[in-house]
Design a protein around this ligand. Structure first.
Ligand SMILES: C[S@@+](CC[C@H](N)C(=O)[O-])C[C@H]1O[C@@H](n2cnc3c(N)ncnc32)[C@H](O)[C@@H]1O
Ligand code: SF4
Ligand code: SF4
Length: 486
């Protein structure tokens, strides 16, 4: 990255000598900033230098505003808006700038650049909050995890980390695991920029749940080597493999898709080729396989075949994390998968509601009485020791936030061991206005006050409750807890 700090001139000098040899004009400084931001990633080192540039360039905010008036390029306009907002936030208006950026934040909910600028401004508004200081903290995910999508792979959940490490349908596992992009993501952890991460959406960042580097160095010899050597290329493959390439599902939840989808024959053959060639070898060294964040494990022929292939004899160290809508999770199905028995670390069951009408509205195609029965069956398997944890999952949105507390009670009733709450994000199924209506956790939402009240329900403070990216809405500190998936 270009080092902007190499160029500063004193303010008066810059104003008098604009264009003089060796000095940068205000226009050139703004051009440099735009070129730095053109990769669409976050650049916290630029945000922190903005006050210095505001001193250096006379009338900096006005220049930015004028440039914005004349700029036609969409990407450049976005960057100019962010630079202007950070400039004004740094000049003493962080709260106003958080509000000002809300429409942009909604329209670019998955952009690491926009969410990173917003994160920086939130940090200016709350300077004593340690969650806004990422330098010297380690997120383990990019060093241990690989999420496999249909044409890309990600070292974390793809909705928080969009950068792809490569395409397993055409590349070998080793080439992907240590690709240039994979190493760039790890480098951004080491340098503390986390520039590839969606900082406002990431639950670990929002919960200030990243380990100090000195602590990470003590986890194992391998981690000591990673931290002390700032390693980006790794000698061993991922510990956790998340299979998320098949979107086949028996439901069509509006948050996830606009219509029901199942892989056709040609796609199934392609997935099967990738499974046999790249996925099975990748899983030989893994300790956890996650099936699935993309569709439903019990609706997908590919995932069903893979689950039966992953037997204890050939994969003795492997444990399953199953994520399902549970509509197909009947005793008969459980019996069809002996490879799962006693080897499921966590079974995540998405509910998004604590009542039938809300569930059937948000989980299109589901039936609440069947869900109640199947959840209770999972609870029984947990009680029998055949599944270690059963975790309910609740994606918070305007239609269901009032049921959050009751969902904790439901967790007890069905014998689950935990419940995870997280914000709905826009997966492309809503237009901006539609998503804004759903996003009750955003300050501008008409029901935001009621949402804040719902968040203070005492049941949400129980240790079995994992609040992910909703943590900040709890008024007082809650007991320390970790996701079972951690
Ligand atoms: C896509 S589903 C795949 C696994 C399984 N079919 C299920 O529903 O649990 C994974 C999780 O994503 C959640 N989800 C769906 N749409 C979402 C959205 N727009 N934003 C955030 N999470 C979403 C679901 O509620 C579910 O908990
Ligand atoms: S910091 Fe968050 S978004 Fe980034 S890799 Fe870790 S968990 Fe993923
Ligand atoms: S059940 Fe899961 S994969 Fe299926 S549509 Fe709903 S959220 Fe998406």
């Amino acid at each position: 990255m270009m080092d902007l700090s190499a160029h500063p001139q004193p303010a008066e000098e810059a104003s008098e000598q604009e264009g003089a040899e060796g000095a940068l004009t205000g226009t050139e400084i703004i051009d440099l900033m735009l070129s730095v931001l053109s990769d669409g990633l976050d650049h916290p080192e630029l945000w922190t230098q903005i006050p210095a540039f505001a001193l250096l360039v006379p009338d900096f905010p006005q220049r930015l505003a004028t440039r914005l008036d004349h700029e036609r390029g969409e990407r450049e306009r976005l960057s100019l808006c962010l630079i202007l907002a950070v400039t004004q936030a740094a000049a003493g208006m962080p709260h106003e700038m958080v509000a000002h950026l809300q429409p942009l934040a909604v329209g670019h909910s998955q952009s690491p650049l926009v969410q990173g600028a917003l994160f920086h401004i939130h940090g200016l508004a709350d300077p004593d909050n340690p969650k806004y200081r990422l330098e010297g903290k380690i997120c383990p995910a990019p060093f241990v995890q690989l999420d496999v999508l249909e044409r890309s792979t990600h070292q974390c959940c793809a909705s928080w980390l969009q950068t792809s490490a490569g395409d397993l349908s055409v590349s070998d596992a080793d080439a992907v695991w240590n690709s240039e992009n994979a190493q760039a993501v790890r480098a951004s952890v080491h340098d503390g920029s986390y520039r590839h991460c969606n900082k406002m959406a990431c639950p670990k960042i929002q919960a200030d749940d990243l380990a100090p580097a000195f602590e990470a160095a003590r986890w194992s010899d391998a981690w000591r080597a990673i931290v002390e050597g700032a390693l980006t290329a790794l000698p061993t493959g991922p510990e956790t493999v998340n299979l998320a390439y098949d979107r086949t599902c028996n439901l069509s939840c509006p948050s996830c898709r606009t219509e029901k989808w199942a892989a056709d024959e040609e796609t199934r053959v392609r997935f099967d080729e990738m499974q046999q060639r790249a996925i099975l070898p990748l899983l030989k060294n893994a300790r956890t396989v996650f099936v699935t964040g993309s569709g439903d494990p019990f609706a997908s022929k590919n995932f069903r075949r893979l689950m039966t292939q992953l037997d204890a004899e050939n994969y003795p160290d492997l444990r399953f994390q199953i994520m399902t809508n549970a509509m197909l999770f009947t005793p008969k199905q459980w019996e069809a998968f002996p490879t799962l028995h006693g080897r499921v670390k966590t079974m995540k069951i998405s509910i998004d509601a604590a009542t039938g009408p809300t569930h059937e509205l948000l989980r299109r195609g589901a039936r609440w009485p069947v869900m109640l029965e199947n959840m209770a069956y999972a609870g029984k398997l947990r009680a029998a020791g055949l599944i270690e944890h059963v975790e309910l999952v609740f994606t918070v949105q305007s239609e269901n936030y009032r049921e959050m507390g009751d969902a904790v009670t439901l967790m007890d009733q069905v014998g689950a061991s935990g419940i995870y709450f997280a914000r709905i994000t826009n997966w492309g199924t809503f237009d901006d206005a539609g998503y804004a209506r759903k996003a009750v956790f955003l300050p501008g939402h008409v029901e935001h006050g009621d949402f804040l009240t719902a968040m203070q329900d005492a049941r949400l403070r129980r240790p079995e409750v994992i609040l992910g990216d909703l943590h900040a809405f709890i008024d007082t500190p809650i007991e320390e807890h970790r996701s079972f998936a951690a």
